[in-house]
Design a protein around this ligand. Structure first.
Ligand code: G3P
Ligand code: MG
Length: 246
C-alpha cells in the first residue's frame, strides 16, 4: 500500500456534480463552496492537440456546439458556451483548458483526479500529451494529482511520458485481468463503478495493495457501505448530501 497517499475521501465528480455545468471552472468553484478538497474532471485533446475539459466525444450535450469534438481546434472550442445547457444562470461559462483548471486547483489547494478521456483513436497521443502537461502544471505539487483512464493505452503512454505521476486504472465492472492491468501500469489505485462492485472485489483490490476509489456514489447509505468495505475515496454528484462523510 502506498504510504504517501493523501487524497481526500470525497471527490467532487466532474467538478460540481449536479449543481454546476460539468467540467467547467464554475464546477470547481462549486466544489470549493461545498467544502470539497478534491475534484475529478475529464480531459481530452482538441484537433490541434490542446488539452481541455470535456466528457463526451460529441459537443452536443454540454455545449452550444455540435458534432464530434475531435474535429475542432482549440480556438473554436474556447468560444463555445458550456454552461447554458444546465441553466441560464451559467450562460457564457466556457470550456476550460487544463492549464486554467490546474491554476485554480493549485490556488485553492484542491487535489485533482485528471481522467484522461481520449477521443476515439487518439488514446496514446492523449495519454502522452496530458501527462506531459500535468507534470508541468503541477510541478512541485505532484502529490496532489492523480491520473486515471478507462483506456489502458492512454495510461501506458502517460506512464512512459511522466512515470513520476500517480496513476489509477478505471473500470466499469472489474474484469478478470484487472490485477494484471493495474500491475503492468504500476497503478496506485483502482477505480470502479459502485453499481458493479462486490465486497469480495473491494477486499481483493485492497489486499493487492491498491487504493480503491468508487464512482459515482450519491446516496449516504451507499457511501457508508463502501467506506465499510475499505474504499479510500468516493466520487459524487451529490455534493451537499455527501459532504459530511468526507
Ligand atoms: O473517474 C470516475 C468517473 O468520472 C468515470 O466515469 O463517465 O463520469 O467519466 P465518467
Ligand atoms: Mg470522469
Amino acid at each position: 500500500m502506498n504510504a504517501s497517499w493523501s487524497f481526500p475521501r470525497l471527490i467532487a465528480h466532474r467538478g460540481g456534480g449536479r449543481l454546476a455545468p460539468e467540467n467547467t471552472l464554475a464546477g470547481m468553484r462549486c466544489a470549493v463552496e461545498h467544502g470539497y478538497r478534491a475534484v475529478e474532471f475529464d480531459v481530452k485533446l482538441s484537433a490541434d492537440g490542446h488539452p481541455y475539459l470535456l466528457h463526451d466525444d460529441d459537443l452536443d450535450r454540454t455545449t452550444d456546439g455540435y458534432g464530434p469534438a475531435r474535429l475542432k481546434a482549440w480556438d473554436e472550442l474556447a468560444r463555445l458556451d458550456a454552461g447554458a445547457w444546465l441553466s441560464p444562470e451559467f450562460a457564457g461559462e466556457p470550456l476550460p483548458d487544463l492549464a486554467t483548471i490546474a491554476t485554480y486547483c493549485r490556488e485553492h489547494g484542491l487535489w485533482a483526479n485528471v481522467e484522461i478521456k481520449p477521443c476515439p483513436g487518439r488514446e496514446e497521443e492523449t495519454g502522452r500529451v496530458v501527462a506531459e502537461a500535468v507534470a508541468q502544471l503541477w510541478a512541485g505539487q505532484e502529490d496532489k494529482v492523480l491520473l486515471s483512464s478507462f483506456a489502458d493505452t492512454a495510461l501506458a503512454a502517460a506512464q512512459q511520458a511522466a512515470p513520476q505521476l500517480a496513476r489509477g486504472m478505471l473500470f466499469e465492472a472489474l474484469p478478470a485481468d484487472w490485477a494484471a492491468v493495474a500491475a503492468r501500469l504500476a497503478c496506485v489505485s483502482v477505480h470502479v463503478d459502485g453499481d458493479w462492485l462486490s465486497e469480495e472485489q473491494a477486499a481483493a483490490i485492497r489486499a493487492c495493495g491498491y487504493r480503491l476509489l468508487v464512482y459515482t456514489v450519491n446516496e449516504p447509505n451507499a457511501a457508508l457501505r463502501l467506506f465499510g468495505w475499505g474504499a479510500d475515496g468516493l466520487f459524487t454528484d451529490a455534493l451537499p448530501q455527501l459532504a459530511r462523510y468526507g
